[in-house]
Write a protein that binds this ligand. Structure first.
Ligand SMILES: CC(C)(COP(=O)(O)OP(=O)(O)OC[C@H]1O[C@@H](n2cnc3c(N)ncnc32)[C@H](O)[C@@H]1OP(=O)(O)O)[C@@H](O)C(=O)NCCC(=O)NCCS
Length: 152
């Protein structure tokens, strides 16, 4: 598909919740993950709280929300500035391949830079070839693996 040159990427605001939730739910479905609705409420509230280091960006095409991207700024023992962890990225299936994912990553990088962050990073599944096709174009794979220790 040709690139969408008319994309509008900006932080989500309170009136965007219904449109965001459609894509958020589709993203959770993609991961086959059932999240309690209370967590979704909590997360949405955090996006709207300027004291929280969590930001949600949205990409609009012709007034329709076609992509979402969430990031978290956090401290690092390796830097005075913060690090930016891009936690979620999702493009509506009908809009894929038109540059929405790339635009959201670039917008996240701009927000992170503006906030004084020293690193922007994320993780994906080794078998998520579609996401990796995008990531290999815009970033470097540094070779690290992610482990999870069960806390409960
Ligand atoms: C991964 C995902 C976000 C990509 O979003 P997208 O909006 O389609 O990506 P873009 O259109 O910006 O693509 C950017 C680049 O990646 C390439 N790319 C994207 N999808 C591709 C595919 N299926 N095969 C090959 N290349 C692909 C594009 O060709 C483009 O390259 P270019 O800019 O040099 O032309 C989207 O497929 C998605 O939401 N997938 C389901 C959820 C998911 O996997 N999220 C990421 C979890 S870590």
């Amino acid at each position: 598909m040709p690139p969408n040159t008319g994309l509008d990427v900006r932080p989500l605001t309170s009136g965007d919740r219904a449109a965001w939730e459609l894509l958020w739910q589709a993203y959770l479905d993609f991961y086959d993950h059932a999240l309690p609705s209370g967590v979704t409420d909590f997360t949405w509230a955090r996006f709207g709280d300027p004291a929280e280091p969590m930001v949600a960006l949205g990409a609009w095409a012709d007034g329709v929300l076609v992509g979402i991207c969430h990031h978290v700024l956090h401290r690092s023992t390796w830097a005075e500035g913060s690090y930016c962890y891009l936690e979620d990225l999702f493009t509506a299936p009908a809009a894929r391949g038109t540059g929405v994912g790339r635009a959201l990553i670039e917008a996240t990088a701009a927000v992170a830079r503006e906030a004084g962050a020293e690193k922007l990073y994320w993780q994906t599944h080794a078998r998520n070839d579609t996401a990796r096709a995008l990531y290999d174009r815009v970033a470097r794979h540094e070779g690290f693996l992610v482990y999870e220790y069960p806390l409960s």
